[in-house]
Design a protein around this ligand. Structure first.
Ligand code: ZN
Length: 244
């Protein structure tokens, strides 16, 4: 791919993510925090952190848009092996300087990045892969979605059956305007026959990116066992962890 316009940014002082670390994987769980508290009392970032802590082998911090520095300071990003991200209606409020910082940490230091659901339009996801992330369509109907594992030997699919159902979900459909993923792990299907590349992996410079579609914020998707398994697997994969 062509280098992103941000490739000229100065190198980060922090050392590259240590792929052979003998410590927990550090995950910064970020959200804009517009998700309803009746579904996610601790936010979607809190639910992600809870899933990781429950699995063990992780150290988590949560951050939100309203925090100082939008929760995306050099110190916080420099701490993180992986950044998970939930945004929906406030993508444009994320400052460009923070987006550049995230892209730098992914591309140059090897920080993993996991944008969730409506974060297909998150500025860092668009910037780091230089695509629009536009959807072919969507429908917030709360009908079931089937998540189908298309690469069962992928680390992110470990512990899953061939398919599982998310009982209530928002439909997203193709064509998904993304750079073609290096690896496609999941495809989802929806009530009217729509399909969507719901779990894709990219290498971006030194960093790994995993986009995951399930998780409309009015349904408790991130509390579902299969989804938690995927979050855990994805965080390990994005950290470049081997066998942890
Ligand atoms: Zn949604």
């Amino acid at each position: 791919m062509a280098d992103s316009p941000m490739a000229d940014s100065p190198m980060v002082d922090s050392p590259m993510v240590d792929r052979t670390r003998d410590r927990p994987i550090r995950v910064l769980c970020w959200s804009e925090r517009t998700e309803p508290e009746r579904v996610y009392p601790q936010g979607i970032n809190g639910a992600v952190a809870q899933a990781l802590e429950g699995a063990g082998g992780f150290e988590t911090r949560t951050a939100r848009l309203a925090d100082g520095g939008q929760g995306l300071t050099e110190e916080l990003l420099g701490w993180a092996d992986v950044l998970t991200w939930f945004g929906h209606g406030r993508h444009r409020m994320v400052e460009d300087a923070n987006v550049e910082r995230i892209v730098r940490h992914i591309r140059e230091r090897g920080m993993g990045y996991i944008p969730l659901h409506s974060s297909h339009h998150a500025k860092p996801f668009k910037a780091v892969l230089d695509h629009s992330g536009d959807l072919g369509g969507w429908r917030e109907d709360g009908r079931p979605s089937i998540v189908y594992v298309v690469q069962p030997d992928h680390p992110i699919a470990q512990g899953l059956d061939r398919l599982f159902v998310v009982p209530q979900e928002e439909m997203y459909c193709e064509p998904f305007r993304i750079r073609p993923p290096n690896e496609l792990v999941f495809i989802s299907s929806f009530a009217h026959g729509e399909v969507f590349r719901s779990g894709g992996c990219w290498q971006a410079g030194r960093g790994r990116v995993f986009y995951f579609q399930p998780g409309h914020e009015t349904y408790p998707v991130y509390f579902q066992p299969e989804i938690k398994t995927i979050l855990v697997n994805a965080a390990r994969w994005a950290a470049g962890s081997k066998g942890k």
